[in-house]
Design a protein around this ligand. Structure first.
Ligand code: ACO
Length: 332
């Protein structure tokens, strides 16, 4: 039998650590307050992982729930893509997730694209389906940016939280990935970095190797804000055009959860009513690659997003990178 090459998103799952830091807790740590954080970002609290919880554990938990929601078992999965910028292992954590899930048939690899990771992963996964190579793909977006947050920097520590979200993509007769668009601008890399700082270690004579360390997240908030408010509506417009759709066809706007003001500004620019925007920023903060699938999973489980609904999703962040995918939820 020839395998169909349409892409369907058929199940979602998510997971977050139990431990919560509220804005009031942060106000005891740095010079800030609940009112400032809420009005500037919409965030009220964030979940954080302690040292006992690995990225692979959270990613596997979300993945397991997505596989169950798709009525599959881990043995059905052909490929696992893990979008993360905070792996347990710099060599990649996707194979660790594969082992946690017991998905022994699956190939597994990581994608690093910060807060655009889920969208980049979705487009990458869909290529394997469209070429007829794989049937069932688990895509997980997971990040533990609390590991890389400078908890003494009030400009950034208020923003980030930990989490994981996942979807299962399946080859289908109907193609529910309707359009997409991806971009990068490395000339703006310095606006948002989790950079390696080299330090020389002399081995012999004048031969040195670099034995440095990764520095905490460094961000020019205003630049990133301006970039997001301009690029997100643009890239959604481009993906919609490729899909042959207009904003009136969108049931839900699902943006990377970075800042409520960015979500509202993008919705306004696109002339999409606020009721059609999905947001769980208040409870989770910015969970990077996890934020889109986490918000999607909550909306699906709450019965808000229904099979057949058309979703305009957009991720944006470090790189800088940004992208959009327009898709219909479920098998229909
Ligand atoms: N509490 C109180 N005051 C603060 C805080 C704080 N936590 N942080 C900054 N301030 C102060 C600043 O010092 C500044 O004071 P000044 O005017 O006396 O210098 C003032 O508040 C305003 O600072 P801005 O940086 O201009 O504040 P802004 O309104 O831009 O909000 C924010 C900052 C929330 C970071 C915003 O710029 C933003 O959301 N940017 C986008 C971030 C983003 O989307 N990142 C995506 C990352 S995704 C990824 O790839 C990891």
């Amino acid at each position: 039998m020839i395998q169909p090459t349409g892409v369907a998103l058929i199940g979602s799952g998510s997971a977050s650590p139990d431990s919560i830091i509220t804005n009031h807790h942060l106000a005891e740590m740095v010079d800030t307050d609940d009112e400032w954080i809420k009005t500037r970002t919409g965030i009220a609290q964030r979940h954080v992982a302690g040292p006992e919880l690995g990225l692979r554990h959270l990613a596997a938990q979300a993945g397991e729930r997505a596989i169950a929601a798709a009525n599959l078992t881990s043995e059905d999965i052909d490929l696992i893509i893990l979008a993360t910028s905070s792996p347990d292992d710099l060599f990649g954590s996707a194979a660790q997730v594969q082992a946690e899930l017991g998905a022994s048939r699956a190939a597994a690899f990581d994608i690093t694209a910060a807060c655009s990771g889920f969208i980049v992963g979705l487009i990458t996964a869909s290529q394997f389906i469209r070429t007829g190579v794989y049937k069932n793909i688990l895509l997980v977006g997971a990040d533990l940016l609390s590991r890389w947050t400078d908890w003494e920097d009030r400009r950034t520590c208020i923003l980030f939280g930990d989490g994981a979200g996942a979807v299962v993509l399946q080859a289908s007769e109907t193609d529910n990935l309707l359009g997409f668009d991806l971009h990068s601008d490395g000339s703006m890399n310095g606006c948002l970095t989790l950079g390696y700082e080299p330090e020389g270690q002399t081995l012999y004579g004048e031969t040195q190797v670099s034995k440095g360390q990764y520095n905490p997240i460094n961000m020019n908030g205003r630049e990133v804000y301006r970039f997001a408010v301009k690029r997100v509506p643009q890239v959604i417009g481009q993906a919609l055009a490729k899909a042959g759709l207009t904003v009136d066809d969108i049931d839900w706007l699902l943006l990377h959860q970075a800042n409520q003001r960015i979500i509202d500004a993008a919705a306004d620019r696109l002339k999409i009513p606020r009721e059609k925007t999905l947001s769980n920023l208040a409870q989770y903060g910015n969970t990077s690659a996890a934020s889109i699938p986490l918000a999607l999973d909550e909306a699906v489980r709450a019965g808000k997003v229904k099979p057949g609904d058309t979703i305009a999703a957009s991720g944006f962040g470090a790189g800088l990178t940004w992208g959009s995918a327009i898709f219909r939820w479920g098998h229909r």
